[in-house]
Design a protein around this ligand. Structure first.
Ligand SMILES: *[C@@H]1O[C@H](CO)[C@@H](O)[C@H](O)[C@H]1NC(C)=O
Ligand SMILES: *[C@@H]1O[C@H](CO)[C@@H](O)[C@H](O)[C@H]1NC(C)=O
Ligand SMILES: *[C@@H]1O[C@H](CO)[C@@H](O)[C@H](O)[C@H]1NC(C)=O
Ligand SMILES: *[C@@H]1O[C@H](CO)[C@@H](O)[C@H](O)[C@H]1NC(C)=O
Length: 476
């Protein structure tokens, strides 16, 4: 009778697969993993499927991550980190090796649906001091040639994720837009390359950062449902920063002779912590506005059609640099453990519902590290600084989700962050005898004291083993 049960189970899975949540076909997500405890790729891929997400953008080509997409129809964009560009620009053989090991392998063996390679990530940011100006286009050309040679020229397009700072406007009007002077000639060559290869211009646009960097920026203009300000430009009427920014790109392209180049949004999103404007309410408002706009196929005045978009980002990343701001670690639509944070409707219908969280996540023990009851408050400060240097304290402070803590609460929060990042090791909860391990959740209001997940490639072995045992017992 076992085969009959198996058929029932399979039929059930089929039904469940068919019922998947609806999501816009143009919407994808960025998946970065600069985190102490990255999620296991197979769990993430299932989570994407559960939410009906059909596109994903990665920042590298981690083999376990890319191969987790094998057999799915999710479109994958892989990335080449900036520190690889020089090598790939200089040496055609290295580019061929890169394609062979990081792309062809997955296309042939696993059937991963790789569609794009982003060569570099925001390589022309001013803060990089021109480090990648000379190497990005040659790397794109070498990678493109290598992909063609490997036989995937029709399927995989080569592009580069660029920050919106490669163009600018001398006024607040899109029609005054043009590529930045120091990269003007380079951008002309890159755009020509994209046009010849039918690749999209991939641009990252961040209304949140405009609001963060500019005290005079009208808050409503960062969202899609505001009406505090609008800009008129020739026959176009702009009511939000995103439209104005994207049309500045359209104008910049038009001025160098490419009015019809395909554009895709490489990153767009809103963080939920670490700044006064970064919270779940604003994130929900921003995404809801954007997704509704995409669903209504409105586009911008100059680009009145839906563009492919990768939301930023899937998960919080607790080891990202906070040089740009404390919000950097809180871009996730989901927490680091795959729990949803706020309602978001990927179908663009604007329904007030939580997305589907990750299933099958394994947590470490229900243990937290906190300040002892009668600890010496004076001795506390050094330990707190130490804990925050090793752990993530970007939720502390008046702006943020843990604003409601007193100084003892601050210390407990910092100690726990350090303890969890160090896999709940007993030595990581000492702090000169000030700290103790407890089994009662110290979370308070909006301030969430996490428990780290179990995360590493070794967990694959027991799963595989169980799989084999299951297979054998079924066959026998
Ligand atoms: C594959 O890509 C990774 C970076 O994502 C790089 O470190 C590695 O060298 C690449 N493999 C080859 C053969 O170039
Ligand atoms: C860029 O230059 C500045 C000033 O010379 C320096 O402080 C910074 O570290 C440099 N950044 C990079 C990425 O090289
Ligand atoms: C761009 O597209 C428009 C409308 O399809 C067309 O009339 C125009 O010739 C195109 N321009 C270029 C430079 O391809
Ligand atoms: C808790 O820590 C934050 C961030 O360092 C600080 O701004 C705040 O004043 C602290 N609260 C107390 C009561 O010490």
């Amino acid at each position: 009778m076992w085969w009959f049960c198996l058929i029932l189970v399979l039929a059930h899975c089929q039904l469940q697969g068919g019922e998947g949540v609806e999501s816009l076909s143009t919407i994808g997500v960025n998946w970065g993993s600069i985190a102490s405890h990255p999620m296991d790729p197979p769990i993430v891929v299932n989570m994407l499927k559960d939410n009906g997400i059909k596109k994903v953008k990665l920042f590298d080509t981690d083999s376990w991550t890319v191969s987790a997409f094998s057999g799915t129809d999710i479109e994958v964009m892989v990335g080449i980190p900036n520190d690889q560009l020089k090598k790939l620009a200089k040496d055609k053989d290295k580019a061929e090796d890169w394609v062979k090991h990081n792309v062809s392998k997955h296309m042939r063996d696993g059937g991963v649906n790789i569609r794009y390679v982003s060569v570099g990530n925001e390589p022309f940011l001013k803060s990089y001091n021109d480090s990648f100006i000379g190497v990005t286009l040659p790397a794109m050309q070498n990678v493109k040639r290598a992909i063609e040679k490997a036989g995937f020229g029709d399927k995989i397009k080569v592009t580069s994720a660029l920050n919106a700072d490669v163009y600018e406007s001398t006024s607040n009007k899109p029609s005054d837009g043009s590529f930045r002077k120091d990269v003007y000639d380079l951008m002309k060559d890159i755009v020509k390359f994209l046009h010849e290869n039918k690749s999209p211009f991939l641009v990252n646009i961040y209304p949140f950062l405009s609001l963060y960097q500019n005290a005079d920026f009208p808050e409503d203009y960062a969202f899609f449902d505001g009406n505090s300000k609008s800009t008129d430009d020739k026959n176009a009427h702009y009511t939000n920063m995103f439209d104005a920014n994207l049309d500045t790109l359209v104008w910049s392209l038009k001025k160098i002779g490419y009015p019809n180049l395909t554009i895709a949004i490489g990153e767009i999103g809103w963080p939920t912590d670490g700044d006064k404007n970064a919270n779940e309410k604003n994130a929900k408002r921003f995404y809801q506005g954007y997704l509704k706009k995409v669903a209504n196929k409105k586009g911008t005045p100059l680009l009145p059609k839906p563009v492919n978009t990768y939301l930023f980002s899937l998960f919080d990343e607790n080891q990202k640099s906070i040089a740009p701001g404390n919000f950097e670690r809180h871009w996730g639509i989901f927490r680091e453990d795959g729990k949803p944070k706020f309602p978001i409707d990927f179908s663009g219908k604007g329904e007030d519902k939580m997305p589907i969280g990750a299933k099958g996540v394994r947590y470490q023990e229900k243990k937290w590290c906190v300040l002892k009851k009668n600890a010496d408050k004076k001795a506390m400060q050094d330990s707190l600084s130490y804990a925050c240097a090793g752990g993530d304290c970007t939720s502390l402070g008046p702006c943020c989700s843990c604003h409601n803590l007193d100084s003892a609460g601050n210390a407990s929060y910092a100690f726990n962050q350090y303890f969890q990042i160090n896999d709940q090791s007993v030595e990581a909860c000492d702090f000169n005898g000030l700290a103790t391990i407890v089994s009662q959740d110290p979370s308070k209001g909006t301030c969430y004291f996490p428990i780290a997940i179990v995360s590493n490639a070794n967990t694959l072995t027991p799963i595989l083993l169980i799989g084999f045992i299951f297979l054998f017992t079924t066959i026998l």
